[in-house]
Ligand binder design. Structure first.
Ligand code: HEC
Length: 178
């Protein structure tokens, strides 16, 4: 009996522990902004969106604190779709991880993958949003906003000053929302 029980326990621990460690890892790790300068630095702007050198969207905060449109929009979308679980301002809750850190550590593609497909780790469930237009049409916005929060480029709360929404952004939104 003992042998069976302990063998079961070991098997269960092996199966469960790495997943738990993985789920907690990104969000619990503090962000060192210097380490992510390349990922977040603006290389160019196009139609009101800012991109890094790898053509991945990123945030832009002007010297007077004006944020780019995506960051502002992401603030709003995050607080309508994600904050019930992940807490205000991406700070995390007892229920779900601090995804302002995760966004920076994971980077754009891994972040997207989790939101589109969801993830489950025992009772801890991240829903999949792949078919939810209110999330998918604004996932760039949400990512950029969380990245700005994780890099400490913007404070908690609603950004006070924002760039205007570009015509291109309006068209993209209409096309996506159908
Ligand atoms: C119903 C609650 C809930 C909602 C709503 C929710 N999440 Fe999650 N999310 C979770 C939980 C719980 C986890 C941890 C899953 C695990 O343990 O693997 C998680 C994990 C994540 C992760 C992985 C974090 C990491 O460090 O590995 C990302 C990224 C994420 N969520 C993004 C989002 C975004 C973006 C939204 C809004 C569009 C959102 N979530 C909405 C519950 C939620």
């Amino acid at each position: 009996m003992m042998r069976t029980a302990s063998r079961f326990f070991v098997a269960a621990a092996v199966a469960v522990l790495p997943a738990t460690a993985m789920a907690q890892a990104w969000s619990d790790q503090p962000v060192d902004p210097a380490q992510y300068e390349e990922q977040t630095a603006v290389a160019y702007e196009e139609d009101g969106r800012y991109y890094n050198a790898d053509d991945v969207v990123t945030f832009n905060v002007a010297e007077d604190g004006t944020v780019d449109w995506l960051t502002f929009s992401g603030f709003r979308r995050y607080h309508s779709e994600c904050h019930v679980c992940h807490g205000p301002d991406g700070e995390g809750s007892t229920y779900a991880p601090k995804i302002k850190n995760s966004a920076v550590h994971m980077g754009y593609y891994d972040f997207f993958d989790v939101v589109v497909n969801g993830r489950q780790n025992g009772n801890s469930v991240m829903p999949h949003f792949g078919e939810n237009k209110n999330v998918m049409c604004y996932l760039d916005d949400i990512y950029v906003y969380l990245e700005a929060r994780g890099m400490d480029a913007i404070a908690r709360g609603r950004p006070a000053k924002k760039e205007a929404k570009s015509d291109a952004e309006r068209e993209r939104e209409d096309a996506c929302m159908g």
